[in-house]
Design a protein around this ligand. Structure first.
Ligand code: AMP
Length: 305
């Protein structure tokens, strides 16, 4: 089954204590689409400016990502810039230039309306709802959000939540949203706001998954070298949603969601090993499966004597 992905498409400038790169492909939809494309056909929705490189359209084509829903308009592409501290965990946003994003009104091509799965990647919640309204009742809706929307457009976010099956957010966002210190309480409280399932990401410490009477906790794939953590969350969401759409199809169970969470973590681990989408562009499904199996072995605790 296909997966519709809405989100930002950006040109990012990223600085770490050892390297700096300018105008790299970024944005929540770019990361999510690349990750999801290893599992399912993707229909991308977003906006770029006249300065956006044609080579990235060629890349999407090579990954069989449908770009009919990507608007190309006059002006500059959305730009974001961030700087990481030595721990590669703490990040400061240096600048955000909305540019063509400012007047973005997503309009779905007719061929997209019937898509079964949707990932509303990080973007203003009013736009997420606007896209959902144009779809013919998808089977499963995944949404991501960020602190900015919790702080500035909470009403729009609250209106979206009853229409979401799985909400993905990070630990600080979950705490901010619920005013709960305990992530267990926060996960349960967010479920009461609408989503049937909630995934809370804890960066290098893994992730938690909440269902009605179900709970799952996993670690993050251990890595020695992290080059650029940008987009790890978006990649995690894309991997999870792509696995569900492409592999599980119509019936999403908690067992499938647990596996999807591990695939999301595996894709995120590849993401942070290079700047931008460096590693995500040319993976093979064998490489992904190999890391999935290694993850499984590392998480088992009843092995032999
Ligand atoms: P993450 O590391 O998961 O927070 O995602 C980083 C990506 O989000 C970058 O590639 C940015 O281009 C993109 N981004 C930053 N700010 C925003 C925003 N306000 N709305 C949508 N995307 C954003």
């Amino acid at each position: 089954m296909s997966l519709l992905i809405l989100g930002s498409i950006a040109l990012d400038t990223v600085k770490t204590p050892v390297e700096e790169h300018t105008d790299l492909l970024g944005g929540s939809a770019s990361y999510a689409a690349a990750a999801a494309s290893y599992f399912s056909p993707v229909r991308l929705v977003g906006v770029v400016g006249s300065d956006f490189p044609q080579s990235e359209f060629d890349f999407w084509k090579s990954r069989k990502i449908d770009v009919e829903g990507v608007q190309r308009v006059h002006g500059k592409t959305f730009r974001w810039s961030g700087e990481y501290a030595w721990d590669m965990n703490t990040r400061e946003t240096r600048s955000t230039e909305l540019n063509v994003f400012e007047k973005f009104e997503p309009k779905l091509p007719d061929s997209y309306r019937k898509t079964d799965f949707a990932l509303l990647a990080n973007i203003a919640p009013a736009l997420q709802s606007h896209v959902l309204e144009q779809m013919e009742k998808p089977r499963f809706v995944v949404a991501d959000t960020m602190n900015l929307w919790i702080e500035t457009t909470r009403k729009d976010l609250d209106a979206l939540l009853p229409n979401v099956d799985l909400l993905i957010l990070n630990d600080s966002e979950a705490r901010e949203m619920t005013k709960e210190m305990s992530l267990i309480k926060a996960g349960r409280a967010i479920r009461k706001m609408g989503p049937r399932y909630v995934a809370i990401k804890k960066g290098e410490h893994g992730a938690l998954l909440f269902g009605e009477n179900e709970f799952f906790s996993c670690g993050a794939y251990p890595l020695e070298d992290i080059h650029d953590p940008t987009g790890a969350g978006d990649t995690f969401a894309g991997g999870m949603a792509g696995y569900l759409a492409g592999t599980v199809g119509g019936k999403v169970t908690f067992t499938n969601l647990r596996k999807a969470m591990i695939y999301g973590s595996v894709l995120a681990s590849f993401c942070v090993e290079a700047f931008s989408l460096g590693k995500l562009r040319n993976l093979t499904n064998d490489q992904i499966d190999e890391r999935y199996e290694a993850f499984k072995m590392m998480s088992q605790f009843e092995v032999g004597e």
